[in-house]
Design a protein around this ligand. Structure first.
Ligand code: ARG
Ligand code: ASP
Length: 722
């Protein structure tokens, strides 16, 4: 009897622990059975762990892929049709766009397979299988080794395992560290390289709300695009060929149009890129109070210039749309992250945990010997490291990303080859330059350049100045202010850098000889570029690299110790762009006291935002007509067209395009963003505030069917209506 009471009590304790972490976590597919499936089923999941991941039978993992370089996608027909976000397909949609065929503006729809567009550089990767290979990878590794010795052994072991895993097949294999190198997993992947564009709504739907609404709820974006995977006649991966046929997958997701209700179970199955949940307070403090403010300020200045130029000229707007989106995405996220960390009192929370950790360490002699100095080591490292990290931010964010610097870097690499260059090098640079000039506006670049060299000078720290500030514009001898001197220098720089003019560049490259290398090296752009690199390599990176090796070892030990402190807690590893499961529920939230955010939005909200004068809110006439006539087909709910919904799945960058799956294993949405109040989830998750934002799949189907009339695509899908 007593025994039973105790065990019931224990269950209650375990349940209450797991409740705290109910929606937090990005879980490893092969460990669901052990750690998560019981809770998932309690929350409304009706299938088994084997239905999600299995190597013995068809499972959901066979329908989920890495799309391109940093997104997720999933199969939705037995003919290789896949869906991902519009912002994930953006590059490919843009590459097919021209003035005559402006698919970004007007959308693109293939009404037959013949009309689909080939993408030369796009690929998708499916997970064939994953295994815990920690024992093999760590064989021969001893606690008292240096990081270097450790790396050497690990890398050798990894090489052997990968060779073994790929010797009789055409798969790709990779091994990734988990929990800061306490564990290692092997991933076997099948890579398809013939992936064709099938459909994309106009940006006015797929990117509706643009950067204004980005990272925000309520949201009204139809963020999806469609592609098709092709394979050879044996259904195996093959590079593009006319003879290729649509891939016949083992599994595709059925699509539910039954609707999404608050409290419904949701699961996000995809590729979260990177999180840092186990950092010590010192690191969070550095990110929040030192790094984020600097990078926000840098980007704020770039954005101000870009907005001014883009608003003054539609041509510049088109050229810089994608660059602007990239700059603005991080800028906005870091602001949300900082607000969220502050509101959550994240640093104080971490300090509290550290106090408990230290008490646990102090309670035992052997712990004291092993872990006694971890926290003080961290404190010391981060205090030394902070100024270097700030300087590094300035180097990478302000200088390295400048268009003129990127182009110079490309040209410099040709000049470094001296007489050893080939025609292929020349052709490569020509192709690069063509793309560069297509989206380049010299006066915009000049303004940003001017601002960035000034910001670097004023904020990167006096120990990290490249000699360029002295030898090219000996600032200390100027009678005018640094600002004025740098402005004058900027004029000179852009006059002197002849290759930023397309015609002059073409003339130069078409007549390239060994002598031309000298001409490049004589430009002030080359000298400035070289001076910044030298200062980075001599004044910044030696220190950041030394400390990052120290941190590698400290992080690994601290992670292991944190897991020992609380052995009843199930830890999930930080995201590392490997396949994970997040699960939660459809949920609303209160962003501030007195404010309530519903869990879904509708087409009525799109129409309310309509404003032909504002680029981000210019609703296409056809969509307005469909709204006016309520022509929603089978996709409406009580006469309303739902557009997006929020849920409490723990997601991050890379989860874009991930399938959002209901309790029956059916597709109900496509993940594409998070809410502003919840972006700190990369560092600390708050179940009250963190929401992932998904496109309601019914809106995608409505757009494909009623807006585009691409019923050919709808017919391929498996639609579940009751
Ligand atoms: N914030 C989302 C993500 O991090 C969407 C970004 C694309 N959309 C945009 N308006 N920039 O990727
Ligand atoms: N928008 C992100 C992505 O593209 C998702 C996120 O950060 O929530 O992956």
């Amino acid at each position: 009897m007593i025994r039973k009471t105790i065990s019931l009590l224990m269950i209650a304790v375990i349940l209450s622990i797991s409740n705290i972490y109910a929606h937090e976590g990005m879980w490893i597919p092969i460990l669901l059975k052990k750690y998560n499936i019981a809770e998932m089923q309690k929350m409304g999941f009706k299938l088994s762990a084997e239905d999600i991941y299995s190597i013995n039978k068809t499972s959901m993992k066979d329908a989920v892929m890495i799309f391109g370089g940093g997104c997720t996608g999933e199969l939705i027909s037995d003919q290789g049709l896949l869906i991902t976000n519009h912002h994930c397909g953006y590059g490919s949609i843009q590459s097919h766009s021209s003035l005559e065929h402006d698919y970004l503006t007007n959308g693109f729809w293939a009404y037959s397979k013949k009309e689909e567009l080939v993408n030369e550089t796009l690929s998708v990767r499916f997970l064939v299988r994953m295994d815990d290979v920690s024992t093999q990878v760590l064989t021969g590794v001893l606690d008292n080794m240096t990081e270097e010795q450790r790396h050497r052994i690990i890398n050798n072991n990894i090489e052997v395992i990968i060779e073994e895993a790929t010797k009789d097949n055409s798969y790709k294999a990779l091994i990734e560290p988990f929990f800061y190198g306490n564990q290692y997993f092997l991933f076997i992947e099948e890579v398809f390289t013939d992936v064709r564009l099938v459909g994309a709504p106009p940006s006015a739907i797929g990117k509706f709300g643009g950067d204004t609404d980005n990272w925000m709820w309520p949201r009204h974006t139809g963020d999806f695009s469609l592609f098709r995977i092709y394979a050879d006649k044996d259904n195996k991966p093959a590079d593009y060929s006319e003879d290729n046929v649509p891939y016949k997958p083992k599994k595709h997701f059925p699509i539910s149009i039954k609707g999404v209700k608050k409290g419904d179970f949701t699961m996000v199955f995809g590729y979260p890129g990177s999180t840092q949940e186990y950092l010590p307070s010192f690191a969070v403090d550095m990110i929040k109070n030192k790094i984020n403010p600097e990078r926000i300020a840098i980007r704020q200045n770039i954005i101000d210039i870009l907005i001014g130029d883009m608003n003054s000229d539609p041509g510049i707007r088109i050229k810089y749309a994608s660059k602007y989106a990239g700059v603005s995405n991080g800028w906005k996220k870091w602001q949300g992250e900082n607000k969220g960390l502050k509101k959550l009192k994240a640093i104080a929370k971490k300090q509290e945990q550290e106090k408990k950790f230290q008490a646990w360490v102090n309670a035992d002699k052997s712990r004291l010997a092993k872990y006694g100095s971890i926290l003080t080591d961290y404190e010391e490292i981060y205090s030394v490291l902070a100024p270097y990290k700030i300087a590094e931010q300035y180097f990478f964010e302000a200088i390295w990303k400048l268009e003129t610097i990127k182009f110079t870097a490309r040209i410099a690499s040709l000049s470094r080859k001296g007489a050893g260059y080939t025609q292929k090098d020349i052709d490569g640079l020509k192709t690069y330059a063509k793309k560069f000039f297509k989206n380049y506006n010299l006066s915009t670049d000049k303004k940003i350049f001017n601002k960035m060299i000034l910001m670097y000078r004023q904020n990167a720290g006096s120990d990290f100045m490249p000699d360029f500030y002295d030898f090219m514009i000996p600032l200390k001898y100027f009678k005018v202010s640094e600002e004025v001197a740098l402005r004058a220098y900027t004029e000179f720089y852009f006059d002197d850098t002849f290759y930023l003019d397309e015609e002059k560049f073409n003339e130069f490259i078409n007549n390239y000889t060994v002598e031309s290398a000298k001409k490049i090296k004589a430009t002030s752009s080359y000298k400035l570029y070289a001076s910044f690199i030298t200062s980075y390599l001599t004044k910044i990176s030696p220190v950041t690299q030394t400390y990052s090796a120290k941190l590698d070892s400290l992080d690994r030990i601290y992670m292991k110790a944190q897991m020992l402190v609380d052995t009843s807690k199930v830890f999930y590893p930080d995201a590392n762009f490997t396949l994970r499961v997040g699960y939660g529920q459809v949920d609303d939230y209160e962003p501030r006291d007195g404010v309530f955010y519903k869990h879904y939005t509708t087409l009525a909200g799109v129409i309310k935002k309509d404003n032909p004068k504002i680029y981000d809110y210019n609703v296409p006439q056809k969509l307005k007509d469909l709204y006016a006539t309520k022509n929603y087909g089978q996709y409406a709910e009580n006469g309303e067209m739902h557009v997006c919904f929020t849920a409490s799945n723990h997601t991050t960058g890379g989860n874009s395009g991930s399938p959002v799956i209901n309790g029956n294993g059916e597709l109900i949405g496509i993940n594409f963003d998070r809410n502003w109040e919840g972006t700190m989830s990369d560092i600390m998750y708050n179940p009250d505030q963190c929401r992932n934002i998904s496109l309601d799949i019914r809106y995608a189907l409505f757009i494909i069917d009623k807006f585009a009339g691409a019923t050919n695509l709808i017919e391929e899908m498996t639609i579940i209506s009751e």
